[in-house]
Every structure is written in structure tokens, then in C-alpha cells.
Design a protein around this ligand. Structure first.
Ligand SMILES: [Zn+2]
Ligand SMILES: [Zn+2]
Length: 1336
């Protein structure tokens, strides 16, 4: 533990930036110890002093130069390698009186050529120039790039002096002018490498001197140099410089701590033995730990250095004399005493004739530095050795290290071979010494413990500081959070206000609805009154009529009696005449017989007398003689009696009666109609007035009607209520009768379908099933069969009804096709359009319309019907009909229905607009799928005008079938739409213009009895060509309707060229953005509308499935919780500026920048690219403004007016991204931090823009702080971000400048438009020019 701590503390301390206080503390903490030692050694010094007086023959050179103190930290901070280091040595030597006994030399600057013996030219020049004025500004930067180096104006000179001084002393010793010497220099040198200053060292003083002797002064005959480096740090520089040089034996003993001690790494390892010729001439003794003392060093001396030196026989010894292994040194962590140093030096004195040059290296405890230096100089002076502390044992690790070094080097130095023969020497068995030693070691252990504790305390302090900082950071974060919360509170307040205003709006709407309701009730009461009045009139009239008839009857009875009497008279006269005639006939017969007899006699006479002419004359005479006057004059007598006097007034009365009866009937019809219309509450006074004219109008069209009560037998088996109930057709029939229209139609009896006709579209199995379903045998199985079918009930009347329904439509169709009828309506049930070839479903058993259409095409080719249009306006998709003519181009099937992406009955994809038919039938199947309920007249008529009618014109059908379900009618319980009778009448009227008006309506769905009756009546009136009833004021289709229509047109325009043109903006803009506007602007507020309004209001309340608005806005501490929620929601981000270029937009998603963009974008948290890209044009105004932007420099940037208009168009590129990504884009666009605790634009905001349909002034006071909803694309909201409306006003007034865009920005827009395939380059340029030049 202890060692580990020391190592780490050392690590910190080597860093020159370590705070001064730490260093001071370390020095101070060791001071008492040092004082103690100095006291104890002081005595020894005293003893030594005595010896100073002894003979001193040796010439010891000393170099000291105050100039070297100029090298210091640039800012005056105290560094461990401080100028005082050499001052204290010099003072110590002076005080001890040893300088006086030495040859004191002045400092000497090194020559460049000598420095370049070991350093590169570049390095020498750098050190030389480092203190020049030119380098003033750069010096600190250079130093900071070096390892543990500071530099100032005095550094160059000091470095030159340090190196030069060592060279000087070495030269003098080699020359023999001095015996030995000590260069008290700084900066130190042994870490300096050939091309690099490091570890406080600029030039490698010792290496320069060694090289100088070897290379520059061969005359001095120095051939082998031993460099001993006892500095606690490894002499890495020196080692490298003589790595391959066998002339220099380098011996370094140092803390290594397995490479974790400065200078870190493997260089100081014992395996580093030199290379090439230098192999074996580099000896490292690496301590594994701190705490080494005299015993350890001396053991190394005895067992490695001394034996090797004996073998090497150096000519001179250079000693890198760092004293940082000394006891108390703040960096070294070892405990070599001055005594220890003196013994080590003494042992070296025995070689090279004592030619030793000491050069100061490290050593940072000024006290021990001074004492150790003194001890060494005293050895050089061969003063009597000072007493050392009793010998201690080397550390266990020391023994290990020595063993390893010896093993590694014994091949080069045989003297190391003997495997620790002298191992015993490492242990001193002296018990006395041991006890003293033990004490000393205890003291030292205590010291190091204290040092350790100091270090620990320091570490704790640092920890505390770090914690403090952390706390401060936390506090700041909390403060920021608090601010955010406050901001959020403001937002919530704003939203509260919005909610309140919305609630107020809602309340107002509810009040309005209530008022309307009240008015309605009043209306109803009025109509009730009217009804009662009418009924009263009716009964009065009836009574009057009855009385009149009775009076007339009496009259007539009297006349009758009179006439009867006269008749009897006439009869009597007749009898008389008859008798007369009989008598005359008898007389004539007698006369004739007489004449014949006479004639016979005459002929006999003639033959006798031959006279011939006499007979004729006789007969003539005879007739002339007949008395005709005997007959009574009959006719004048009769005429006198009857015509002139009595018959004429009778006939007049009769005629008058007939006329008044007719008028009465007519009046009755009219009154009935008025009453019905009033009861229905659907028509205004005007319509009632109109009706009179209509009834009176002439009608040539022959309209067929089929109704048969038998079809009412089909019912639920258990009598349960069911929407598809028998009353459906009853109410229609009654309505038509009451309205007096059935009387004007040709009413046909029903007819059962033939099996062979049914099998034109159904399978034999299916026909047989339906046929048998009502038989007794099937009684017990019927319910089970029905339960296996989709939405089907069956009873004993089902078979017959199904046969009648299909057969009736066939019959009607046949008569219309034949021309016997112009058109007709088959009021049949069960309905048919869901029935498929092999399956009954959706209340349908046989597909009535399909059977009839197929019958005309296949069974009656003689009628010339070749093309049939089937229009299915039932609110449900006509899946059965679609399938039956899927590949048949003779039948164009058009169905408009609720689809809701396959969620509405009959669920699935069949009703999708992509289902266009197949093979030859491709293009002959048209589905218009509504995305929602609520569709009304405007929506249906838009589909008529923009799809059905143009296609019908192209197709030119021979006959039209209408699957006339009325379940899209207002108030239908299943449909949820709101088509009025007027709407149906207009749709039908538009179809009457085709196929010469040959239209066959067949009832399908429709489950509100009132609505289906009224709608049916309206349709029959259209068939009769009655004057059209008036409709409600115009409303606009929903936006979703335009979307559906556009999708259908796009899908089908290849088959029907009339659909190819794009619908104009003006047209599509006529949409119903919010249901409120539709309701409030409507004059015909009926109960239904009021209900619709209430529905809308309930939808308007700002709630979402996850919870209320408030919950959504409650501040959550977790910063990322919102992301998961928003990542689930897709939006279209519509870009109109530089983001139209995809690579530029991707910067907002994936981070980075593109050409011309002057800032780097951070990107979104979710880097996934957009799921889809779509181009669209919006009726908004694009313009450029503001002076300059961060991203693009000087020039305007793009904005779009949040308000739409009819003239302008802005191209926008729509990227489908998540709402989470949209928030990140919004943040980046507005210079906000992406890593925010809450979304800028959350689900509630989305709901708001979605409902409001336009603008949210997002709470951002920035350029693009306004999120605008441009509508929807495939039901996904399209959002863009632009300036606020108030900013637009400021642009207009000039308060914010309008500016053309910077070139780079404009180019990015153009690239976006061109690469997106939207515009050509020329068009894109013109587009931008226009936006720039046109005044806002
Ligand atoms: Zn050192
Ligand atoms: Zn239906």
C-alpha cells in the first residue's frame, strides 16, 4: 500500500504544474526530520571539520556560477527545480569551509560543436534561441509541448553554462590539471535526449563532456569512461546517447517501479544492456519501490558496480550526481543519507586514479541536497570519512533486483557470474547494529507513513474539491432546471389560457346548439299545429263532400225514379211498336205470300198468254200502297222527353261532380304532400309552394316501381330487432304512396328470379343453399348456417324474399332495357351488393344488381346492352359486385364508401382505390374510399364531379344500375355520414344525363327509416323529372375527401384520360378545414347538424390517449422520457429553404456540415434517415429576409408566410421523420440545445395544430419559432417551421429587412430543387429570383 501510494504521489509531483503549496508542504513536513538529521550529522560534520585541517593534497575543482540561477519559471512560480538548489550547495560548501580548499572555477559556456556531439543541430538551435526576444511570445507554448520543461529568458544561457562547465571540469581532470571536481550546475542534464529537452533537462551535460573527451580530445588518451548515475530517476538521455558505444560504460541505479516511475517506460529496465558494440555497456539497476536507503545502494555498489568497474578499468569516471534519492527528497521517496553518498563515492575513488567528475543532476530537498553535496566534496578532498548510521539490511526487492541484474549481465561481466557468492555480505548479523537499525528504520517508516498520510490527505482534499465542483455543477444544473420549469410553467399557463378559450368556444357552440335545438322544437311544434290544422281542414272537407254527395244522390235518386217512370212509358211504347212491327211483318209476310201466289199465277198466265211485264208493276204498286203513317213517331217524342229538358242538366251536374271530385283529389294530394313535408321538417316554405306546380306539371317518363309485401317475410328468426328490418321497404312504399308519386308510376308486381339467371353470377351451391334455406328440412340447421356466415340472419321467409328481390331487379331492368319503361326503382330486400359468388354476407343473400346486369349482358343480347355502369353509393363497399365483374370491361363498377384504411365494414383492402380490376377489366373498377365518416353532400358531389361524371362520359353506358343504399344518409345508425335527400337527388339527377336516362335503382342498405323514406322519395321524384327540391347551402368537402379524390384520379388517369388533369388549387382550397366552420356558417342547422357539432366539440377537447394535456405537460425529471413517446409519432417536416437539399437536411439528423454551411450541426439524437421524401407545392408565399445568418453569413434566409393564399406557391420537400427528430430539427433551426429535458413541440402541441389546422406560435422567440401545420399527407400531419405572423408584418413594414439570399445559400436551395427532381436549374433560379423580387 505504502509503496503504491508513493509511486502515485511521485507521478503527480513530477508534473511541473503541481501546485506550489503541495511542494512547500512536502518540504516543510520533512523539515523537522531534516533538522534532526542535520543535528546528528552536524556533530559528524564537526568531526569532519576537524579533519579538514588534515593534509589535502588533492586538487578538487569546483564550478559554480550564479548566472545559472537565471533559469527559472517564466511566471515566478516556485518549481522543484529552483535556482536555490545550487545556491544552497554553494553556501553549504562555503560555510563548511571546503570551497576554500578547492580550485574554484567560473562557469564556461559550451561550444555548439561540442553540444552537437550528442545533440541534433535543431535541438541546439532551439535551446540557443529559446531565450531570444523573438521567442518571447512562443516560449511558453514550446515549453508546454515538452515533457516537464519550463523556459524563461535565462534558460539558454544557463543551459550553455551548465554543459560548458561540466566539459571544462572534465577536461581539466582529464588533462590532470585537477584530480577531480564537482560542477554545481543547473539545469540538469541526464534526461535530455539528442533531439529533445525533458525532465528539467535542456542539454545532457555529462554526455556532452564524455563525448568531448572521447572525440575532441583524443590527445588526452581517455578511451574508456564510466558514467555512474545515482540520480533517483533513470538517465534515459545518457543511455541513448551511448547505446552502441563500448567506450562508455553507463551505470544507472534508479527507481523504476516496473516502468511507472518517471521517466516512465521500459528504458530503465535491467534488460536494457546496450546494443551492437555497446552491448553489455549499459547497466540499469531498477528499484521496484521507493524506500531504498544506504544499505540498498551499497549492496548494488558491492555486488554490481564495483566488480564491473574493476573489469572495465575506466580512464575517467563521470558521476551524474543527482541527490533526489536522498532522505527527505519530495520526489524521490528514498532515504540515502549523506553518509551513504560519501561511501558510494569513496568506493569509486579507487578507480581511474580517482579521476572523478561530479555533475549535479536532480535533488529537490534543499537541506539534504546541501548536506549530501558537502559530504561528497569532503570525500573528493579525502577528508576523513564521516560516520554513517549503523548499517541496515537491503530490502528484499533489492536483493531480487541485484540478482536479476547480475544474471542479465554476467555474460558481459564475468565477475557477476558467481551467483551471489557474496550474498552473505548482504546480511549483517551484527545484533547491536540491528537494534539501532531497527530504530532508524522505524523512524524512516514513520516518515514515509507521514508522507503517505500527507499524500492521502492531499488526495482527500482533491477529492473534496472535485466533489465541491460536482456539487457546484449540480447546483447550476438544478438552477437551469428550475428556469426550465418556470419557462414550462409559463407554457402551461399559456396552454391553460388556450384551453379556456377553447372551452369558451365550446360552451358557446353548445349554447348555440341548444338554441338551435330549441328553435327546432318550436319548429316542430309549429309543424304539429300545421298538421293538426290540415287534418281539421281535411275532415271538414270530407264531411262537406259527403254531405254534398248525399244531397246530389237524393236529387239523382228522384231523377232516377222519374227516368225510370219515363223508361216504363218508353218500354210500353216500345211494346206497342213491336206489336205493330210484328203485325206489319205478318201483314207483309201475308202480302209476300199473296204476291208470290199471284206471281205464280201470273207466270202460269204468261206462259199461257206470253205477257211478261205485268208482275213488276204490280209489286211496285203494292209497296206504294202500304200505309207507313200508321207508325208512331218515336224519336221526336223521346228526344223531347230526355235531351232537351231533363238529360242535359243531369249530365252537367255529373260533369261538375266529376270535375270537383278530381280537383278534390288533387287538393288532397297537395295537402298531404305539404303535411308530409312539414312533418319531415326537411323542406322550406318555398318547396311546398313548388310542389303545387310539380304535381300539376306534365310527365312523360314511365317510371317503374316494384314493391312486394312478401319480401317483408324475411326477418330475424326470433323476432329480435335488426337494422335490416321488413319495415325498411314498407316505409318507402308508404312514403311514395302518401306523396302521390307511386300513382304516377308504373307499379309492377314482383317476380321470382330464375336459377339459371342467378347462376350467371353465383355458384350452383350457393343458389341451392339459398333456395333450400327456408324449407322445413333446414329448420333446425338454419340458425347454425346463418351463424357461420358474416352478418346474416335467416328464417322461413328468407328464400322467397331473396328470389323475389333478385327477380324483381331483373324484371325491372329488362323492361327498362326493352324501352317499356324509362327507368325504375326496385324497392327490394334483402339487399345484394355484399353477396359474393359463393357466399352470403352483410345482410345480402343474392347480389340482385349483379344478377340483373349479367342477365342483360348474357341473356338478352337482343336488347343491345353492351356497357353497364353500376354505381354503388351505399356507405359500405360493394365487395360482391366488384368481384363479380373484376375482369369484365363491359361493367364499370363505381363504389364510394367509408373505408378508413380497411377498418370499416367489409374490412380489408378490397375497397382501396388501388383495386382497379384485372385483365381486360383493369381500370373498370373504381373505388372512392373515405378516410372518415361525416362525409356529406359536398363530399359525394365532389366525387361525382371529379371522378364519376367524367368517367361516365367517357364510358358512355347503355344502362345504369344504382346500388341505392341509403346508409350514407344523415342520421343513419351504421353509416355515420350525412348525405341529405337533396344530395341523393342531385347525384341521381347527374346520372340521368347518361344512358338516355335508363337507370335502374335497387335498394341496398339504409337503416334510418325516416331517412331512407325521404331519400327514396327524392330519388323517385328525380326519376319522374319533377322539379328538383332545394338543398342546403353549399358546404365544402373535407380535406380528406380531396385527398381521396386526388389519389383515385392519379391511380385511374391512365385508363380514363379525363382524370389526368391536376385539380386546381383554387378548387382544392375549398375545403372544410374544421367542422366548426362548416356548422357555424351553415344556415340549415338541423338537429342532425347540431348533433354533429356536439360530436366535433367532444373531439376538440384537447385530450389524447395517453392522458390529459396537463399530464403531458407536467415536468418530468427524466430528461429522455419524452423521446420514447415522440419517437412513435411520424410527421412530415416540410422544408422550403436550404433543407430542401437532402445532404444539408441530413446535417440536422446525422450531424456535420455541407459546403457553404458555416457551422457544424450536432444532429438529432436519433440518427436514422427520413423514412420517405415527397415533394409538394403549398399556397404560401416564399420570401427571403434578415441581414445575415450564422449558417450562411451575409444575406437573407428563406421564410414562408404562415398564411395561405391563392396566388403564391412554395415548393417544399417533405421528409417523413419522427416527432422526436422534428424537435431536434426545430431546436437546431432555432439555435437551441438538442439535449433538452422536454420537447419544444410535444404531442399536445401537435394535437393543437392538427385541430386548429394552422398555426402554433411555439414559445420560441426565434426566427423559426412558428410551427405551421400545412395539412396532412396520408393522414400524417405536415409541419413546417417559419416566422410568426407578427414577424411577417415587420418584414412588410421594413422593421426586419428583406434581403436576397447569400450565394451559397441560394445555391443550396437550387441544388435541393434540382437534385430532388422538382425543377430544372433554370426554373429553380427563376423561382428564387421571383421570390426575391416580388414585393411582400
Ligand atoms: Zn532525478
Ligand atoms: Zn350498406
Amino acid at each position: 500500500m505504502l509503496l503504491k501510494f508513493e509511486a502515485s504521489s511521485e507521478l503527480r509531483l513530477v508534473d511541473p504544474s503541481v501546485s506550489l503549496t503541495v511542494l512547500r508542504k512536502i518540504r516543510l513536513s520533512h523539515l523537522p526530520d531534516m533538522t534532526m538529521t542535520s543535528e546528528s550529522s552536524g556533530k559528524k560534520c564537526g568531526e569532519g571539520d576537524g579533519k579538514v585541517a588534515g593534509k589535502s593534497q588533492r586538487k578538487v575543482g569546483l564550478v559554480y556560477d550564479e548566472t545559472m540561477c537565471k533559469h527559472d519559471t517564466p511566471n515566478g512560480k516556485v518549481d522543484v527545480e529552483c535556482p536555490d538548489r545550487i545556491r544552497v550547495i554553494w553556501e553549504k560548501l562555503q560555510l563548511a569551509g571546503v570551497t576554500q580548499r578547492c580550485v574554484v572555477l567560473g562557469g564556461s559556456k559550451a561550444e555548439d560543436k561540442h553540444l552537437k556531439l550528442v545533440h541534433t543541430k535543431k535541438h541546439v538551435n532551439l535551446v540557443k534561441s529559446i531565450s531570444t526576444k523573438k521567442k518571447d511570445s512562443r516560449r511558453n507554448k514550446i515549453a508546454s509541448q515538452l515533457d516537464s520543461i519550463y523556459l524563461n529568458g535565462g534558460s539558454s544561457e544557463a543551459a550553455y553554462l551548465a554543459a560548458g562547465s561540466v566539459v571544462k571540469v572534465a577536461e581539466k581532470v582529464a588533462e590532470g590539471e585537477l584530480d577531480c571536481g564537482f560542477a554545481i550546475v543547473r539545469p540538469p542534464g541526464h534526461h535530455a535526449e539528442s533531439d529533445e529537452a525533458m525532465g528539467f533537462c535542456l542539454f545532457n551535460n555529462v554526455a556532452v563532456a564524455a563525448s568531448f573527451l572521447l572525440n575532441e580530445r583524443p590527445d588526452l588518451d581517455v578511451k574508456k569512461i564510466l558514467i555512474v548515475d545515482w540520480d533517483i530517476h533513470h538517465g534515459n538521455g545518457t543511455q541513448k546517447m551511448f547505446w552502441k558505444d563500448s567506450r562508455v560504460l553507463i551505470f544507472s541505479v534508479h527507481r523504476h517501479d516496473h516502468g511507472s516511475f518517471y521517466p516512465f517506460g521500459d528504458d530503465g529496465d535491467f534488460n536494457m544492456v546496450g546494443e551492437g558494440p555497446g552491448e553489455g555497456f549499459n547497466i540499469n539497476v531498477p528499484w521496484e519501490q521507493g524506500g531504498c536507503g544506504d544499505a540498498d545502494y551499497l549492496a548494488v555498489w558491492n555486488h554490481i558496480l564495483i566488480p564491473v568497474t574493476k573489469e572495465f578499468k575506466p580512464d575517467i569516471i563521470l558521476l551524474s550526481a543527482g541527490f533526489d534519492a536522498a532522505i527527505g527528497d519530495p520526489l524521490g521517496g528514498c532515504c540515502v543519507t549523506p553518509y551513504g553518498y560519501s561511501v558510494m563515492l569513496k568506493k569509486l575513488m579507487e578507480f581511474a586514479h580517482g579521476k572523478i567528475v561530479l555533475a549535479l543532476e536532480g535533488g529537490y530537498n534543499l537541506e539534504s541536497l546541501g548536506k549530501s553535496s558537502l559530504a561528497c566534496v569532503q570525500v573528493l578532498l579525502e577528508d576523513k570519512q564521516i560516520h554513517g548510521s549503523s548499517e541496515t539490511y537491503p530490502l528484499e526487492s533489492t536483493r531480487r533486483v541485484i540478482q536479476a541484474v547480475r544474471e542479465r549481465l554476467c555474460t558481459y561481466w564475468p565477475s557477476l557470474d558467481a551467483s551471489m557468492a557474496s550474498n552473505e555480505n548482504l546480511k549483517n548479523p551484527s545484533a547491536e547494529r540491528n537494534s539501532a537499525d531497527a530504530l532508524l528504520r522505524e523512524v524512516e517508516e514513520l516518515k514515509s507513513l507521514m508522507a503517505a498520510r500527507d499524500g492521502e490527505l492531499e488526495a482527500r482534499r482533491k477529492e473534496l474539491k472535485a466533489k465541491n465542483k460536482e456539487l457546484e455543477a449540480n447546483e447550476k444544473e438544478l438552477e437551469a432546471g428550475l428556469m426550465l420549469i418556470r419557462a414550462r410553467e409559463d407554457v402551461i399557463c399559456g396552454l391553460h389560457a388556450k384551453i379556456e378559450s377553447l372551452q369558451q368556444e365550446r360552451d358557446e357552440a353548445v349554447a348555440k346548439a341548444e338554441r338551435i335545438d330549441k328553435e327546432l322544437q318550436e319548429d316542430r311544434a309549429r309543424s304539429q299545429e300545421f298538421k293538426e290544422d290540415t287534418e281539421f281542414c281535411l275532415s271538414t272537407l270530407r264531411r262537406e263532400k259527403e254531405l254534398a254527395i248525399m244531397a246530389k244522390n237524393k236529387d239523382l235518386e228522384a231523377k232516377e225514379k222519374e227516368l225510370e217512370a219515363r223508361l216504363m212509358l218508353v218500354h210500353a211504347r216500345e211494346d206497342k211498336i213491336h206489336a205493330k212491327i210484328e203485325r206489319l211483318q205478318q201483314e207483309r209476310d201475308e202480302a209476300v205470300a199473296k204476291a208470290e201466289r199471284i206471281d205464280k199465277e201470273l207466270q202460269e198466265d204468261r206462259s199461257r198468254s206470253r205477257v211478261g211485264n205485268g208482275s213488276f208493276a204490280f209489286s211496285q204498286e203494292f209497296y206504294e200502297d202500304m200505309d207507313l203513317d200508321e207508325l208512331e213517331p218515336l224519336s221526336p217524342e223521346f228526344n223531347e222527353d230526355m235531351d232537351s229538358e231533363e238529360l242535359e242538366p243531369f249530365q252537367v251536374i255529373k260533369k261538375n261532380m266529376e270535375r270537383s271530385h278530381k280537383k278534390f283529389i288533387k287538393d288532397m294530394e297537395c295537402i298531404k304532400f305539404i303535411a308530409i313535408m312539414a312533418m319531415a321538417g326537411e323542406s322550406s316554405g318555398k318547396k311546398i309552394g313548388d310542389c303545387d306546380g310539380k304535381v300539376a306539371g306534365n310527365r312523360q317518363r314511365k317510371v317503374g316501381l316494384i314493391y312486394d309485401e312478401t319480401m317483408c317475410k324475411h326477418d330475424t328468426p326470433d323476432g329480435e330487432d335488426h337494422p335490416e328490418c321488413p319495415d325498411r321497404i314498407r316505409v318507402i312504399w308508404e312514403k311514395l304512396q302518401l306523396a302521390g308519386v307511386s300513382q304516377r308510376c308504373v307499379v309492377l308486381g314482383s317476380s321470382k328470379a330464375e336459377d339459371k339467371h342467378l347462376q350467371l353470377v353465383h355458384t350452383k351451391d350457393h343458389v341451392n343453399l339459398v333456395k333450400s334455406i327456408s324449407t322445413k328440412q333446414k329448420d333446425y340447421r338454419r340458425n347454425r348456417i346463418a351463424s357461420q356466415l358474416n352478418s346474416i340472419y335467416l328464417n322461413g321467409g328468407s328464400s322467397e324474399a331473396a328470389y323475389l328481390a333478385a327477380g324483381s331487379v331483373v324484371k325491372l331492368a329488362e323492361k327498362v332495357a326493352e324501352g317499356e319503361l324509362d327507368c325504375g326503382f326496385a324497392i327490394v330486400r334483402p339487399p345484394g351488393h355484399h353477396a359474393e359468388a359463393d357466399e352470403a354476407m352483410g345482410f345480402c343473400l343474392f347480389n340482385n344488381v349483379a344478377v340483373a346486369a349479367s342477365f342483360l349482358l348474357n341473356e338478352r343480347p337482343d336488347l343491345g346492352v353492351k356497357k353497364i355502369l353500376i354505381v354503388d353509393w351505399d356507405v359500405h363497399h360493394g365487395n360482391g359486385t366488384q368481384k363479380m365483374f373484376w375482369k369484365d370491361p363491359r361493367v364499370l363498377f363505381f363504389s364510394v364508401h367509408r373505408h378508413e384504411y380497411g377498418g370499416f365494414y367489409p374490412a380489408g383492402d378490397d375497397g382501396d382505390y388501388n383495386m382497379v380490376g384485372e385483365g381486360p377489366g383493369e381500370g373498370f373498377n373504381i373505388n372512392v374510399p373515405w378516410d372518415q365518416g361525416r362525409c356529406g353532400d359536398a363530399d359525394y358531389l365532389a366525387a361525382w364531379d371529379h371522378i364519376l361524371i367524367p368517367v361516365a362520359r367517357e364510358f358512355n353506358p347503355d344502362v345504369i344500375f344504382l346500388s341505392a343504399g341509403f346508409d350514407a344518409a344523415i342520421n343513419d345508425p351504421l353509416g355515420g355520414c350525412c348525405v341529405t335527400p337533396y344530395g341523393y337527388s342531385v347525384m341521381l339527377k347527374k346520372l340521368m344525363e347518361f344512358a338516355q336516362g335508363k337507370i335502374v335503382l335497387a335498394l341496398e342498405g339504409g337503416y334510418n327509416l325516416d331517412s331512407i323514406a325521404k331519400s327514396s322519395l327524392a330519388c323517385v321524384q328525380v326519376l319522374l323529372e319533377d322539379k328538383q327540391i332545394q338543398g342546403p347551402p353549399e358546404a365544402y368537402p373535407f380535406e380528406s375527401t380531396w385527398r381521396a379524390i386526388q389519389a383515385v384520379r392519379k391511380r385511374l388517369c391512365t385508363y380514363w384520360p379525363s382524370l389526368a388533369d391536376e385539380l386546381s388549387w383554387k378548387l382544392i382550397n375549398q375545403k372544410t378545414p374544421t367542422p366548426i366552420i362548416l356548422i357555424s356558417s351553415s344556415d340549415s342547422e338541423t338537429e342532425d347538424d347540431a348533433q354533429g357539432l356536439l360530436d366535433q366539440m367532444s373531439k376538440l377537447s384537447i385530450e389524447n390517449p395517453q392522458g390529459t394535456l396537463l399530464e403531458n405537460h407536467q415536468v418530468e425529471p427524466a430528461s429522455t422520457s419524452w423521446r420514447a413517446d415522440l419517437a412513435k409519432v411520424d410527421v412530415w417536416y416540410a422544408s422550403f429553404g436550404s433543407n430542401m437539399w437532402k445532404p444539408r437536411f441530413l446535417c440536422y439528423i446525422q450531424g456535420g456540415q455541407v459546403d457553404g454551411l458555416k457551422k457544424v450541426c450536432v444532429g438529432s439524437m436519433d440518427k436514422s434517415p427520413p423514412k420517405e421524401t415527397v415533394w409538394e407545392t403549398f399556397p404560401h408565399r416564399l420570401f427571403f429576409g434578415r441581414e445575415s445568418s450564422v449558417g450562411w453569413g451575409v444575406g437573407g434566409v428563406a421564410f414562408t408566410n404562415p398564411l395561405a393564399n391563392l396566388i403564391d406557391q412554395t415548393h417544399m420537400c417533405l421528409y417523413r421523420i419522427t416527432l422526436e427528430q422534428f424537435n431536434d430539427v426545430l431546436s437546431q433551426e432555432n439555435g437551441l440545445n438538442v439535449d433538452s429535458d422536454s420537447p419544444v413541440f410535444d404531442l399536445a402541441a401537435l394535437q393543437l395544430v392538427d385541430n386548429k389546422g394552422s398555426i402554433l406560435e411555439a414559445p420560441l422567440n426565434s426566427w423559426y419559432g412558428n410551427v405551421v401545420c400545412l395539412g396532412k399527407e396520408r393522414d400524417i400531419p405536415i409541419l413546417t417551421m417559419t416566422c410568426t405572423l407578427s414577424a411577417v408584418e415587420k418584414f412588410k413594414s421594413g422593421e426586419i429587412p428583406i434581403r436576397p439570399p447569400a450565394k451559397a445559400y441560394a445555391n443550396t436551395l437550387i441544388r435541393g430543387l434540382v437534385e430532388g427532381g422538382r425543377l430544372s436549374k433554370e426554373e429553380a433560379e427563376a423561382y428564387i429570383d421571383k421570390a426575391v423580387s416580388k414585393p411582400l
